[in-house]
Write a protein that binds this ligand. Structure first.
Ligand code: MIC
Ligand code: SF4
Length: 643
């Protein structure tokens, strides 16, 4: 039987396990990346492992999330990460150099390699045929220390592309269309391979937009073939030697095939507050727009920005709309400046922001009260923009510009003649903002620089054989990590300070949760389907751990979050019968007995002491996951000699 592209890369990197969907596999990891919002914690964890030098082929520490300074906190964390990178053998990408995924694609990613990153949009690397996955910081720390990355062998899905995108219909519309078809849960447990005749019509940045937003489908990752288009991109980046061809076998078998005819697609838009709440742009025609933001790791490539500049050229944005543009990298910004496109952008009245995540993670540019904000980003979860009642829509750069110049949601196909924007033959290469590590012989004497914002991470406890604890919080379906542990300018600088962060845990759903959890001492949370979707932030597990949460029982979990809970020593348990969710109420006391026996048999009986009801839970953990839970989390497990 033939293999898919992902199966070929997995086979080459397989350390242990069977490549049958559902079984646990251990993968050798070639490259890692971190960003600062998850990186500080990841490096604190790496430090405790006592490994003198990273053991990957390449590891890069990016600073791109926390770049707004209003105190010492971010600067403390940046300095800490820089000193860790220098000492332990990592490249350090300075603030301003760009968004990790964009820069990694430009300068470091290689087809056929494995990459894990402490950021859920790491699958962007799938645009050049990498097996690139988002992971919790601790999993990245382990991979830097030479340990394997464990995942459940995914199913293989294929999206078969035919045709060619029409003018003003973009890769972002392809992403939104697949979200409309499959939903935010539709990719869970799967790798999505993009194939078919239509693939060759898509450039690398367009492919990367699509693999980036595979994260919103819940997919383990997404991947494109590595072909002539990939080769040309790598050559233009001066990295032609990194090219290898990658394609699936003719007789590769897929668990699901979705067909999309690019020629028939229309501009699409995701409505508040979920990336899969997708309709055609034309159906919302005329809706007044207050704000437009262009950028993020989804749509900040040179190609995107050149199109934006061409559309803005000679036009002025509406006085009632504010427009921000964040180029994805220093390379993109420098090339925009060199060719004059930056002047066209500035002349339109747009505000050009730093090459960073910026508004995407609520770092400034929050919409006005109840404001309608059209963003080229990948997530529009409630409150993520920093304005609780902000109405965030996700669109392509073309649709974004159409709104900025008309003041309302407008189908960009009405903008007129086609754009003649193409990929350059050569990118401008300037890696001066990437600082290489110190040579190994000098490294051991180098200091690690820490400031008072860096607090120790919470201590986890080994799993006992029983627990009787209150149900402190019951939440519904599709709870995101932005609900569990919000980000934004106010609290993002405290990612290395779990006690401070804990005051905001679940603030979007219930501001009284932290106090209640603290008072309870130890507790249980109940969730619906797809609990923990979105970000890879392990803070969404570490903060509940700090607040005493010992188990989360849900109808289903998002992949990275479930792994983060186990890594933190918190049990993610699922209802054997999802309807039992309805029988539990916040405030009930829940009892689990004979946990160790349950871990072996794969099921546990939950007794609701308050109502007397008994419920069956499933807990099908692998032997390794059981051992991690029993040790009290991955760090403790690694400390026992299990790297
Ligand atoms: C996000 O887009 O939600 C983030 C911020 O990039 C996160 C990482 C984080 O929370 O630090 C992600 O996608 O993993
Ligand atoms: Fe940054 Fe937004 Fe991309 Fe997350 S999704 S890495 S916050 S640009």
């Amino acid at each position: 039987m033939g293999l898919t592209i992902a199966q070929k890369i997995i086979k080459e990197h397989l350390i242990s396990g069977e490549m049958t969907p559902g079984s646990e596999i251990a993968l050798r990891i070639d490259q890692t990346l971190t960003q600062d919002a998850t990186g500080t914690m990841a490096y604190l964890e790496f430090e405790t492992m006592g490994v003198p030098r990273v053991l990957t082929e390449l590891s890069v520490a990016y600073i791109d999330h926390n770049t707004l300074q209003s105190g010492f906190e971010n600067a403390d964390d940046h300095r800490f990460i820089q000193s860790m990178a220098k000492k332990y053998g990592l490249y350090f990408s300075r603030p301003g150099n760009g968004i990790c995924h964009q820069v990694h694609l430009e300068r470091f990613g290689k087809p056929g390699k494995t990459l894990i990153g402490s950021d859920s949009h790491t699958p962007t690397g799938g645009g050049i045929g990498m097996l690139a996955m988002g992971a919790g910081g601790l999993d990245v720390a382990v991979a830097m220390g030479g340990g394997a990355y464990y995942i459940t062998m995914p199913k293989m899905y294929k999206v078969n592309l035919t045709g060619k995108l029409r003018d003003f219909v973009t890769a972002k519309d392809v992403s939104l269309e697949i979200l409309r078809i499959l939903s935010v849960k539709g990719g869970v447990g799967a790798i999505i391979e993009w194939g078919g005749e239509g693939v060759k019509t898509l450039s690398v940045p367009e492919r990367a937009t699509i693999t980036n937003m595979g994260a919103e489908l819940g997919a383990t990752t997404s991947i494109f073939p590595s072909d002539e288009v990939t080769k040309a991109f790598l050559e233009a980046e001066g990295r032609g030697e990194d090219y290898v061809e990658l394609k699936s076998d003719e007789d590769a078998v897929y668990d699901k095939i979705v067909d999309i005819n690019l020629s028939e697609l229309k501009p699409m838009i995701a409505c508040p507050h979920s990336p899969d709440n997708v309709v055609a742009v034309e159906t919302l025609k005329g809706t007044k727009v207050d704000q437009v933001c262009i950028g993020s790791c989804t749509n900040s490539s040179l190609l995107d920005m050149l199109k934006v500049a061409a559309l803005l050229k000679g036009k002025t944005i509406r006085p009632e709309v504010s427009l921000s543009i964040s180029p994805g990298s220093k390379q993109v910004l420098a090339m925009l400046a060199d060719c004059g496109a930056l002047s066209d952008i500035l002349a339109s009245g747009a505000r050009v922001l730093e090459c960073a995540c910026g508004p995407c993670i609520g770092m400034g540019f929050s919409p006005n009260s109840g404001g309608v904000s059209l963003r080229t980003f990948n997530r529009n979860f409630e409150g993520r923009s920093g304005t609780a009642d902000g109405q965030v829509y996700l669109v392509s750069p073309e649709t974004a510009v159409a709104a900025a110049i008309t003041g309302e949601i407008t189908d960009p196909m009405l903008l007129g003649q086609s754009l003649s924007v193409t990929m350059p033959d050569k990118f401008k290469i300037d890696d001066s903002a990437v600082i290489p590590p110190a040579p190994q012989d000098e490294a051991k004497d180098l200091p690690i620089l820490r400031g008072p914002n860096i607090k120790p991470f919470p201590d986890s406890k080994p799993l006992g054989d029983n627990m009787e604890l209150p149900l402190v919080l019951k939440v519904g379906d599709n709870i995101t990590t932005d609900h569990i542990m919000p980000a934004g300018a106010k609290i993002l600088p405290y990612r290395s300070n779990i006690p401070h962060l804990s005051q905001y845990c679940f603030a979007v759903c219930d501001e009284t949760f932290p106090a209640r959890a603290k008072e309870a001492g130890e507790s249980i949370i109940i969730g619906g389907n797809n609990y923990g979707q979105g970000s890879s932030r392990e803070h969404a597990a570490l903060v509940p751990l700090y607040l005493g949460v010992r188990a989360v029982i849900a109808k289903s979990f998002a992949r990275i979050h479930a792994a983060n809970l186990i890594n933190a020593g918190i049990m993610p348990l699922t209802f054997a019968n999802p309807d039992d969710y309805d029988t539990l109420s916040q405030g009930d006391v829940l009892k689990l007995d004979n946990i160790y026996e349950g871990l072996e048999s794969g099921s546990l009986t939950l007794k609701d002491v308050t109502t007397g009801e008994e419920i069956l839970l499933s807990c099908s953990f692998t032997d390794r996951q059981k051992a991690i839970l029993k040790s009290g989390g991955l760090l403790k497990y690694v400390g026992q000699g299990n790297l």
